[in-house]
Unconditional design. Structure first.
Length: 326
């Protein structure tokens, strides 16, 4: 899968219109200078040779230089990736808590008013366009009510001494700077974009949790546990929930992979300096190297998350471990 992704991202650069050497040279883009630049960048070599060089450089973390900013793409990505991971992780935590809670509530009382409310929330979350919801909540909570900022990761003017090394701002605010005020400032900026990004995965997780729980709650061992006089909470938490987790975890892992690559609209609306905005800027400028590197990294994230999701099955369900030994 990773080999196929690397080929696709390499061919993506070849499919972009225009000549990258013309963008690099600017006003000095004569035919002679462009030919010299192509030779210097290796663009005049056969495509298989260019692909091998691309893979070799990518394995060393070298994705070339941006045609627009003339900066090293790896350096720019190191500044962007933590922002996207932080936003996606916060959104996934919100989506998991809300989605699993709604799904369990709906499954415990099927065809009740609570089931109807949970399904309505899930349907609304999965149907509402992110860009429309983002602008609406931004206008309501940031504009009209003034409860949260319009965008950005934090107020740089108020925290000029904050210079994180890893790019994970909340982690450094807690463990490096030990500043509750700075942590609150970062969470204040993170809350609204994380909530907006969490709406779609929350809805999908809620529906998957409800369906899985309803199937498990109808099993014989659940009826036996209830017949023995066990309270409803232990039956749901200890017996039903663990057996219903595998499809739910599959949904969570898949959605987290989508969040890492699909935060483009949310990051653009809330001026969040992550990979989503980086991709948008690269598309607008026809900047091939950042776009190529972003596609490769996002797809690699998605593959690795799915791999970790598969591994987690055997941790949750011991029967899979025993079956594998046989």
């Amino acid at each position: 899968m990773l080999i196929a992704i690397s080929i696709a991202s390499f061919l993506l650069l070849q499919a972009l219109p225009g000549d990258p050497t013309a963008a690099l040279l600017g006003q000095q883009a004569t035919e002679e200078n462009m030919a010299s630049m192509r030779h210097e960048l290796g663009l005049d070599r056969p495509l298989p040779v260019q692909y091998i060089d691309f893979v070799g450089d990518a394995l060393q973390g070298d994705f070339g230089r941006s045609y627009f900013t003339n900066q090293d793409v790896s350096t720019e990505l190191k500044q962007r990736i933590p922002a996207t991971v932080e936003l996606a992780l916060a959104a996934m935590i919100l989506a998991t808590i809300m989605g699993v809670s709604l799904g369990i509530l709906a499954s415990i009382k099927p065809r009740s008013i609570w089931d109807f409310i949970c399904l309505f929330i899930a349907l609304t979350g999965v149907s509402m366009p992110i860009f429309w919801l983002g602008f609406l909540l931004q206008q309501l909570f940031a504009g009209d009510m003034g409860l949260v900022p319009f965008g950005g990761r934090f107020n740089e003017a108020g925290w000029q001494g904050f210079q994180p090394e890893t790019g994970f701002y909340i982690y450094e605010a807690i463990f490096t700077y030990h500043s509750p005020a700075l942590t609150f400032e970062l969470l204040h900026h993170l809350a609204l974009p994380a909530f907006v990004l969490a709406t779609v995965p929350m809805a999908l997780i809620a529906r998957m949790t409800r369906a899985s729980m309803l199937e498990v709650l109808d099993q014989d061992y659940i009826r036996t546990a209830r017949a023995k006089g066990l309270a409803s909470t232990p039956v749901v938490v200890r017996h039903a929930m663990r057996n219903a987790l595998i499809p739910v975890i599959t949904s969570i892992g898949t959605q987290f992979g989508y969040l890492l690559g699909g935060a483009v609209l949310t990051e653009t609306i809330f001026n969040w300096p992550g990979m989503g905005r980086y991709v948008v800027d690269a598309v607008i400028r026809l900047d091939g190297k950042p776009l190529q590197a972003s596609v490769l990294i996002i797809a690699t994230f998605f593959v690795l998350i799915n791999l970790l999701t598969d591994i987690s099955y055997s941790i949750i369900d011991p029967r899979l471990r025993h079956r594998g030994r046989k």
